[in-house]
Design a protein around this ligand. Structure first.
Ligand SMILES: [Zn+2]
Ligand SMILES: [Zn+2]
Length: 118
């Protein structure tokens, strides 16, 4: 968000007016960069998270870039395992061969072939 009057960058999320000069004439990123955000949405849909993150960085939208990178990481590294006792699936957080089910509290062994995915 930017102030059209004093050209200052406003860091608040949804400012009603410019904190510097009080002007209500604000320019949102959407207005400032028409089309680019739509393009980023398209990249996200296509699963091209890294490209989308780079575009966000071009717009200096750091939070969004970070968020999408985390999303991307999660997609690659999350391996879920189903509990043999109760069937609840949970993501495996570490490369240990034994985990405790969050739902039923029982321990179970992670098969070698699953561990190799890490
Ligand atoms: Zn201003
Ligand atoms: Zn369980």
């Amino acid at each position: 968000m930017k102030c059209a009057n004093c050209k200052e960058e406003i860091l608040q999320k949804d400012p009603q007016k410019c904190p510097y000069c009080g002007s209500t004439n604000l320019i949102s990123k959407e207005e400032e960069f028409p089309g680019i955000l739509a393009e980023i949405e398209g990249l996200k849909m296509a699963g091209k998270y890294e490209e989308a993150a780079l575009k966000y960085e071009e717009l200096e939208m750091w939070d969004e870039a970070k968020e999408i990178r985390e999303l991307n990481m999660g997609k690659i590294s999350t391996i879920t395992m189903e509990c043999p006792h109760c069937g609840a699936s949970q993501p495996l957080a570490s490369k240990s061969n034994e985990v405790t089910c969050k739902l039923c509290g029982k321990n179970y062994i992670i098969p070698k072939n699953v561990l190799e995915l890490f």
